[in-house]
Design a protein around this ligand. Structure first.
Ligand SMILES: [Cu+2]
Length: 511
């Protein structure tokens, strides 16, 4: 069954209204529920999970410095919508099957409100995980304007909870950004890109077994999930009618495993203005944008003088990345279509600024700690390949313990054949470089022998980042300052099938 492209209009995600708001605080309540939603007009309605009855969840918009409190409420059924593997960490039979905990990805937040994977809770908070401390999360939003997102992070079932629909945008705004006169209002549209597969009856398909099944298990985690259909804002291959003018789009890859290399089939430039952590110093005009799972790009597309044109946003990233097959242009090689068919409703006075503001640059000399951290693959008792960080499982004692206020450089030494999007909670980092090294020699001698020059980050990565692509056969270096909170956080691969099966580690910021 191949669904027709460009038959449904792109949904514009609703903005969440607070329960109450005064000059000091804002309070939201967000319910997680199961419901049916139309994901394509040729498909029966699909049972999904969402926030406040919406998949993807409504956009939460806050001002920099605004004190926001959110009560995340689990009203989901006791039985999971998707097949649970009870052998992976945190998902054993001694815990309830449906657990949730919400993480605002990219936020600097106190540890009790960061959504620690073992701080989960069930419907009505009847049962809670060992690290659960409170029902109402607090977000101080000290960050500058940036493009964040919220999603579920429960240990051992994050891949299933997010795939079922638990993800949405969390935008931070500030005055500096407003003064730039970027396209705004109806001309600023957040886009959430995900891949999914469907059963004939319209229900979500998620494999119960990997390609090489594990006969001992009824359900087994899979090494990666690659869907055969692309959804933007919860619709399969939608179209958007636009005016001949500039638009600002936030792009988010909220897929489990799939990477996207995004282009416009008109060949026109995309003007990137921001990375994960907010605006860059200068906009850059690019022909393509690479997004690994959880990465964001803030872009301007100019449809001026393109009246009557149809422009398709395409993807040519292999899946799995980088060694997999190129996407079929008729299916997963297509994301959505822009139709420049609306009349210009007013003169476009928005701008692509020439300069957006200074970015603090962390100097290598300021680092007080250098860490060397491997990305490894090993095999479990069922013959399944799985991934580790620094050779350690989730439950091993904490080894990353940066001091409050200190600067660290982490070497991510990838010994596997996949690119892993490595996400560090709490802080934004900067990418220093990537450099080829001899993997086989490293495995024998545990010493890095570089085989190529240091490669600077791509132009579209030269801003604040919270997720970095660590490529095979390379050492990727990131630099960061732990200047905000002390306490317990996590860092992990954002391929959700990896994260759920041991490719995640706690870290603690100490005083
Ligand atoms: Cu990974």
């Amino acid at each position: 069954m191949i669904l027709s492209k460009f038959v449904d209009e792109l949904p514009i995600l609703p903005v969440l209204k607070p329960r109450w708001k005064d000059s000091c605080h804002t309070y939201y309540e967000v319910n997680m529920t199961e419901f049916k939603q139309s994901l394509h007009s040729e498909l029966n309605d699909t049972t999904v999970w969402g926030y406040e009855g919406s998949y993807p969840g409504p956009t939460i918009e806050v001002e920099s410095g605004e004190k926001v409190f959110i009560k995340w409420i689990n009203n989901l059924p006791a039985k999971h919508l998707l097949p649970v593997d009870y052998t992976v960490h945190g998902a054993h039979l001694d815990v309830p099957e449906v657990r949730t905990v919400v993480h605002v990805h990219g936020a600097s937040v106190e540890p009790e409100s960061d959504g620690y994977p073992e701080a989960w809770f069930t419907k009505g908070f009847e049962q809670v995980g060992p690290y659960f401390t409170k029902k109402v999360y607090r977000y101080d939003n000290y960050m500058r304007a940036c493009t964040l997102w919220y999603h579920d992070h429960a240990l051992g079932i994050t891949r299933l909870n997010v795939y079922a629909g638990l993800a949405g945008y969390f935008l931070v705004r500030d005055q500096q950004e407003r003064l730039l006169n970027l396209p705004c209002g109806q001309y600023e549209i957040p886009l959430i890109i995900q891949d999914k597969s469907f059963n004939e009856d319209g229900s979500l398909y998620y494999p119960r077994q990997p390609d090489k099944p594990v006969p001992e298990l009824e359900t087994s985690v899979i090494p990666e999930f690659i869907g055969d259909t692309i959804l933007v804002n919860g619709k399969v291959w939608p179209y958007l009618k636009v005016e001949p003018r500039k638009y600002r789009f936030r792009l988010l890859n909220a897929s489990n495993t799939r990477f996207y290399r995004i282009k416009l089939d008109s060949g026109q430039l995309i003007y990137q203005i921001g990375t994960d952590g907010g605006l860059m110093e200068y906009p850059i005009g690019v022909k393509e944008i690479m997004l690994a799972p959880s990465e964001r790009a803030d872009v301007i597309i100019d449809f001026t003088n393109l009246e009557g044109k149809n422009i398709i946003m395409t993807n040519d990233a292999p899946a799995p990345f980088p060694s997999g097959v190129a996407p079929n242009p008729n299916t997963v090689g297509t994301l959505m279509q822009f139709r420049v068919t609306l009349p210009l409703s007013s003169i476009d006075t928005s701008v692509i600024p020439s300069y957006m503001g200074p970015l603090p640059k962390l100097r290598e000399q300021s680092a007080s700690k250098i860490r060397y951290l491997t990305l490894d693959d090993i095999t479990d008792q069922y013959g399944r390949e799985f991934m580790l960080l620094d050779g350690k499982r989730w439950d091993a004692p904490i080894t990353e313990n940066p001091k409050l206020g200190s600067t660290e450089i982490w070497h991510l030494i990838n010994l596997t054949t996949d690119t892993h999007p490595i996400h560090v909670h709490l802080i934004d980092f900067q990418i220093l470089d990537r450099r080829a090294f001899d993997v086989e020699r490293f495995k024998k001698e545990r010493v890095i022998h570089y085989t190529g020059p240091s490669i600077p980050p791509e132009p579209f990565e030269r801003g604040l980042k919270d997720t970095v692509r660590a490529n095979p056969n390379q050492v990727t270096r990131i630099i960061m300052n732990f200047d905000s909170y002390t306490g317990l956080y996590v860092w992990h691969c954002h391929i959700l099938e990896h994260e759920d099966y041991e490719m995640m580690r706690p870290f603690v910021v100490i005083r």
